[in-house]
Design a binder for this molecule. Structure first.
Ligand SMILES: [Zn+2]
Length: 512
């Protein structure tokens, strides 16, 4: 995303990597409202269905891993994660180079050469490669990508030091513990496990630590691709964006992100005559803006189903409670579809957003003095388009709805780009599905179209089959803390996630 996003940090940044997961969590909370999360802090899970627990961090490995037992490695990786949480990379300014140097040092100790890709002063990405042959074949290569920057904190709301990496009641606390330093540490562990195993590789595996994901500015993956694409060009990628969703001590399902909605902002501008507030006029810009925002707030765009969303609901229907599952099965049917869409949309804002373009008013500004009628009033609309939809169609519907000549819509220059979805038929998607199902107690693996944006869109635009999966089993409560207060990662989930990630990577990249 463009640097324009910086103007709206507080609200719009939340739209990035965060929302895919937050909303996925919200979906389960509302769909199963009668069945609230009952667990209390410190007793995260029971051991059923392969879900790890804080009481028993030792993970049962049910089948031999191609990289062997990862328990000791996960312990090492936990140390890296602690060090990285303690290195404050709040964006802005990011200062990711400090972590890039740290990672380079760890790789060096393993005999792996890495390269610093400089983006701006103090901001660098880091890349390293395990080669499969003397001549690289980028179309086969697997890219492990995670970002080093984090969002800011409101220290007054945290019960522990957000950059202290405190371990308490089976959780590792800290900004970035889930988003995205946990995955960064797990990627590094999987990469190093493969190196230590001395396995013969059938494709190059590339480790990439990126900068500026949370702001999408001048040190982001967009810039990285434009300056250094040949350093990490790959046919496949694993990134954040999907999740292992745990509830009542069990993994309910694994959602693998294969597509995402497209974010953009539109300014609604109302203009009227300015003047003394003691003589109110009918064309007051504030009044016209308020009326427009109210209409827009009630707008619901027509539905349409992408292949991924159709498959998501088909598979979810099998594990949802009877009534909801029944409606999910007929979402796209001619006769009962409309009613089904209403029921499913009302059950969850995520589901509603997965089947239509959405508009959310997020910021308002007007006025200079409390006794002056301003000439102009503005509202920002944060828009999420289904991939393939165009903003013009939506804006013409909104113009008609508002029907006010004093109102104009201005598309902001920070629009994301629509990327083609990653294939659900690729070898890598099959590998992820197979390993995840086996490791998470045969939980269903669903393709997911996230409503939030990730770096994967940029990769997909460069022909990469990119998939999102944060491999740690996490509950709704865990996810609600991401970008919020007291972000924390269950230590047992980290251990499990490291093992699963290492298995996925080895399964896909080690020659049989
Ligand atoms: Zn993230």
């Amino acid at each position: 995303m463009s640097g324009k996003r910086k103007l709206h940090v507080g609200i719009i940044v939340g739209a990035l990597c965060l929302s895919a997961r937050l909303l996925l969590a919200a979906q389960v909370s509302s769909s199963q409202a009668a069945h609230p999360t009952s667990r209390s802090a410190g007793t995260p899970t029971s051991q059923s269905a392969g879900a790890p627990t804080s009481q028993s961090p030792a993970v049962t490995i049910s089948s031999p891993s191609p990289v062997g037992d990862t328990t000791a490695l996960a312990k090492e990786a936990q140390g890296w994660l602690i060090d990285m949480i303690r290195t404050n990379t709040t964006n802005p300014p990011g200062s990711e180079q400090s972590i890039a140097k740290y990672l380079a040092h760890i790789l060096e100790k393993e005999g792996i050469q890495s390269e610093m890709l400089n983006l701006s002063p103090g901001r660098s990405a880091l890349v390293a490669r395990l080669k499969s042959s003397a001549v690289a074949d980028p179309s086969k290569a697997l890219l492990l990508v995670a970002h080093m920057d984090v969002v800011g904190v409101d220290r007054s709301k945290w019960t522990v030091d957000p950059f202290g990496a405190v371990i308490k009641d089976g959780y590792l606390y800290g900004r970035g513990s889930i988003d995205d330093k946990g995955m960064l540490a797990a990627n590094l562990a999987a990469f190093i496990a493969l190196k230590r195993s001395n396995a013969r590789l059938n494709r190059d595996v590339i480790f990439l630590a990126t900068a500026d994901e949370e702001q999408g500015g001048d040190a982001s993956i967009r810039m990285l691709i434009s300056k250094y694409w040949d350093k990490f060009a790959a046919g496949y990628a694993l990134n954040e964006g999907g999740e292992v969703f745990m509830k009542n001590g069990r993994v309910q399902y694994v959602a693998v992100q294969a597509s995402e909605k497209v974010a953009m902002n539109v300014m609604v501008v109302a203009r009227g005559t300015s003047g003394h507030a003691s003589r109110p006029t009918k064309d007051n810009a504030v009044v016209h803006l308020a009326a427009a925002v109210e209409k827009i707030g009630g707008y619901s765009a027509p539905t349409h189903f992408t292949t991924i969303v159709r498959r998501y609901f088909e598979q979810l229907a099998a594990i949802e409670p009877d009534e909801l599952g029944k409606w999910m099965r007929v979402l796209d049917s001619e006769d009962r579809g409309e009613h089904a869409q209403k029921v499913v949309s009302e059950a969850s804002p995520l589901w509603s957003s997965m089947m239509r373009d959405t508009v959310a008013p997020t910021m308002l500004s007007a006025g200079v003095r409390n006794n002056v009628i301003p000439a102009e009033a503005r509202a920002n609309l944060n828009i999420r388009l289904l991939p393939g939809d165009t903003v013009d169609v939506l804006l013409s519907a909104l113009t008609k709805l508002v029907a006010d000549p004093q109102i104009k819509f201005e598309l902001q220059p920070d629009a994301g780009l629509a990327a083609p979805p990653s294939s659900l038929e690729s070898d890598f998607y099959a590998t992820i599905s197979k390993v995840a199902a086996a490791q998470y107690g045969n939980a269903p693996v669903l393709p997911f179209q996230s409503t939030g944006a990730t770096d994967s869109a940029q990769l997909r635009l460069h022909n990469v089959q990119a998939y999102g999966l944060v491999p740690f089993p996490l509950t709704e409560e865990d996810y609600l803390r991401v970008h919020g207060d007291d972000e924390r990662l269950p230590v047992a989930s980290f251990v499990k996630g490291v093992d699963v990630l290492a298995r996925i990577v080895a399964e896909f990249a080690a020659a049989k």
